[in-house]
Design a protein around this ligand. Structure first.
Ligand code: HEC
Length: 187
């Protein structure tokens, strides 16, 4: 077969492959008219990922924690290996620091204290993403304690303040008023 003929045949096969996908668009052949791949998620599957905490604290779980427990956990859970002793920064960013944002310098360091608008985000973020090598392994109580440790270290709460679903949303972050809500009606 000549090169041009085999190229032509190749194109034809690719095109007819596309046509085969269209045939499986028939709802009888696949999920919602798509190729019959994957399995439908159950309510339980969805629930285990549906852990978003809203800025006002909606969905915060039961439990509580204080900074002194969080300080111990910060070492036990290996947070210090990346975020440094006392959360002052290591191979990854500082979580307790007084660095300021330099107005006009887009590269200046954004930290939890100088940038984050909502204290509740700290809970959501740590629970879903940390420790980096094994996310979603912390208990609800442990997350409250780690949150308390970081907030107390940044002098945003009293050293002995108990963080729970009621108290955490009341913590005011210093930069909270400098954000513009694009779609306030959706919050
Ligand atoms: C192996 C390294 C590693 C470990 C261990 C680790 N982190 Fe992190 N952490 C990171 C990295 C990397 C980021 C930045 C992730 C990104 O920007 O997507 C981060 C980001 C964070 C942030 C957000 C910081 C900011 O200013 O945006 C918090 C809070 C945090 N980690 C808390 C913790 C806590 C609490 C633990 C322990 C339970 C922990 N981390 C363990 C690597 C680590």
């Amino acid at each position: 077969m000549s090169i041009s003929k085999s190229l032509f045949l190749g194109c034809f096969l690719v095109l007819s492959g596309g046509a085969a996908v269209t045939a499986s668009d028939d709802p009888k052949n696949g999920l919602g008219g798509r190729p019959n791949l994957g399995i439908p998620m159950t309510e339980a599957d969805i629930k285990s990922w549906d852990i978003t905490i809203l800025p006002d604290g909606t969905n915060l779980p039961p439990g509580s924690g204080i900074a002194s427990t969080g300080e111990k956990l910060f070492i036990e859970k290996g947070c210090n290996q990346c975020h440094g002793d006392g959360a002052a920064g290591g191979s990854n960013g500082a979580l307790i620091t007084d660095q300021k944002i330099e107005i006009g310098n887009i590269f200046s360091n954004k930290t939890i204290k100088n940038f984050w608008a909502n204290s509740t985000t700290l809970y959501d973020y740590i629970r879903r993403a940390m420790p980096w090598p094994s996310p979603r392994t912390l208990s609800n109580e442990e997350v409250y304690a780690l949150v308390a440790y970081i907030l107390a270290g940044n002098k945003l709460i009293e050293p002995n303040a108990v963080m729970d679903a009621k108290t955490l949303p009341l913590v005011k972050m210093p930069n909270r008023d400098n954000f513009i809500l694009r779609f306030p009606e959706r919050i």
